[in-house]
Design a protein around this ligand. Structure first.
Ligand code: SF4
Length: 326
């Protein structure tokens, strides 16, 4: 019953998203792959214009496998987590080389593709191949927790959530069903103030019955890190280097930077900046200096042209915080 109610609601209320456009099976595979990579860590409304521009320029697996890194990263600029873009290109190459240009329709084979973990493999299996799998993204997880009013540490463990997914039942429309559950989470079962009055499954929902909509989450450990960024100036130019040192945002242009201790950071009287990135709380001290010789992995960039380069958000924030002193 719950399956029918959810699918009926979806048929009448689903958003028209570009990756849901009617198209051939081969195109659907490509649309699903690209959109699922973009949607890892990024919201639907942010992804839509990126997806459209990406598709205009890189319309299929063949063009993706051949695209230059600069063009690929330019398309990803602003979405963050750039390793996703690189893995997407590697996956395209692998699909062409090992799977005759068609996305494998098998969960285990999908997981062999770079950047495809359990979640993406299940989302692609369900959406592109109509397999009876419910991917557990943040939206579906919230709907599940609300329907069963799951609260305790034991109840909200991933393994338990996967077991509890059986309440969603089965349908031959698995692709629509996975998207319908995601859509209920995104449009109705919001983290705060869910729109229960529009929801098709109020009768099945324990949280609604108990009027208790609080969502329990596992504590995410935030790590404090301390860095010293040095801005080297040469007339109107600033020195940026290719990041081959830090594991995050590899190969992107950043200001020369090193990790320091918290006590070193307290000793510095320079400008301070705090930036949150994933589970890292970056405490950045900013210094200014001069340098004669450009390091091998560095380049001088005009201050006014910085915007034209692929630089990570935290580097942009460093620049924004000091540009009036430069
Ligand atoms: S009834 Fe309300 S809380 Fe329950 S699933 Fe629907 S929107 Fe979420």
């Amino acid at each position: 019953m719950i399956t029918k109610k959810i699918l009926n609601w979806y048929d009448n209320n689903k958003r028209s998203l570009p990756w849901r456009a009617r198209c051939s099976a081969k195109k659907k595979e490509y649309f699903t792959l690209v959109s699922e990579f973009m949607l890892q860590q990024t919201q639907v409304k942010t992804v839509i214009p990126y997806f459209n521009n990406f598709l205009k320029d890189i319309p299929n697996l063949q063009s993706l496998a051949k695209v230059s890194e600069a063009k690929l990263l330019k398309h990803w600029q602003g979405l963050g987590y750039y390793s996703r873009a690189k893995n997407l290109k590697k996956s395209a190459k692998m699909i062409i080389d090992n799977y005759s240009g068609r996305l494998p329709n098998n969960f285990e084979e999908l997981k062999k593709l770079p950047g495809v973990g359990d979640y993406t493999a299940s989302a692609v299996s369900a959406i592109a191949f109509n397999q009876q799998i419910i991917p557990l993204d943040g939206n579906i997880e919230r709907v599940l927790k609300r329907i069963l009013n799951l609260k305790t540490e034991e109840e909200i463990k991933k393994e338990n959530l996967h077991k509890q997914k059986k309440i969603f039942g089965k349908t031959s429309r698995s692709s629509d069903y996975a998207q319908a559950l995601m859509e209920i989470g995104a449009l109705l079962c919001k983290p705060k103030n869910p729109y229960c009055y529009k929801c098709p499954i109020t009768k099945n929902c324990l949280s609604f019955k108990r009027k208790d909509f609080e969502i329990k989450k596992k504590d995410k450990k935030i790590i404090d890190k301390f860095y010293l960024a040095t801005l080297y100036k040469n007339n109107n130019q600033l020195l940026l280097i290719k990041n081959d040192k830090f594991k995050f945002l590899k190969n992107l242009l950043i200001f020369p930077m090193k990790e320091i201790t918290q006590s070193d950071s307290l000793l510095k009287s320079s400008k301070k900046l705090n930036v949150k990135m994933s589970n890292m709380n970056m405490n950045i001290s900013i210094d200014f200096s001069y340098i004669k010789n450009k390091p091998k992995n560095g380049m001088w960039i005009e201050k006014t042209k910085l915007e034209n380069y692929m630089i990570p958000t935290f580097t942009k924030k460093i620049f924004a915080s000091v540009k009036h002193n430069l």
